[in-house]
Design a protein around this ligand. Sequence first.
Ligand SMILES: *Cc1c(COP(=O)(O)O)cnc(C)c1O
Length: 362
Amino acid sequence: MVDSVKTLIEKWVRPEIRALRAYHVPSAQGMVKLDAMENPYRWPEDLLPGWYARLAGAEINRYPDPEAARLKARLRQVFSVPEGMGVTFGNGSDELIQLIIMALAGAGSKVLAPHPTFSMYQMISTFVGVGYVDVPLRADDFSLDRDAVLQAIHKEQPAVVFLSYPNNPTGNLFDNDAIRAVIEAAPGLVVIDEAYHAFAETSWLNEVATYPNLLVLRTVSKLGLAGLRLGWLCGDPAWLREIDKIRLPYNINVLTQATAEYALEHYAVLERQTAALRSERGALLRALDGFAGVRAFPSAANFILFRVPTGRAAEIFDGLKARGVLIKNMDPAAPMLRDCLRVTVGMPEENQRFLDALRAVI
Ligand SMILES: *Cc1c(COP(=O)(O)O)cnc(C)c1O
């Protein structure tokens, strides 16, 4: 007799995996969707025929170019990738985080990151079975606690340090001198995750040629192409050759390659959209700060973290949802984020609907 599925799972699935809860994506059907840092703007009509022609020409009966060479050449030019530095693509930057951790993980090795930060660093460390060390940010302004991080690096000797720049979910940029100190103290790799680069207008990309232990991670998701799943990692080609060994062949499909190439040929369109969102961010921040009892934290990303009166985060989140506006309740994520909610910057009319709903709830 073969055991039941339940018995088999208990016997064979790793306990740390059984203890996980699957990454939950709430339904946003019919809602003003301000929960996932997407760019709300679609492409202008006049861009569509050219895109359709590219897709029609794509050879979906063939495997994709494993190196995505044409896309890579275009991307190097658009983002001014430093001379001599390499680029590797991932199916979203999430996949690259996974590849980095898999490549460096081994007996006793650890991943280190500030806390709170992007949840995937910890989740993927758990999937892969590598130790994860988090170092609290300063509770008042979410800045990097330089001494605490340096001390933890010294003690834990992490294989990889992840720094989200700007940091998700707090929205701030860490101090450049503190980052430099981290890079200089780290015994292994430091990955600066610039998922929100388009909104921050500052970058460490040019420094990858300076520091042998620095890689910069980017994605086109927050830029306006979240549906494509395309991330890229930049740094010394020798690092990327190692990481490339565990990348599954053909991880970037034919349609993504064709579409991303086309999008980057029209990068000015995306730049106009992200510039509009940056200016909306300022308006939204001022409006939020105008609410009695609300504190909005400054942001260099396309979202804003804000604190509501004590004990009311869940109620306000639910009230917004009942009024058709989906944001994210960060209160359960970390004690430091108590009473905090996170809203993505949307189109002016979406932001207005959010503010109207917030006024009604609060
Ligand atoms: C959203 C996000 C990512 C994931 O990007 P994908 O390319 O969509 O996988 C990575 N890092 C940070 C900090 C993010 O906020």
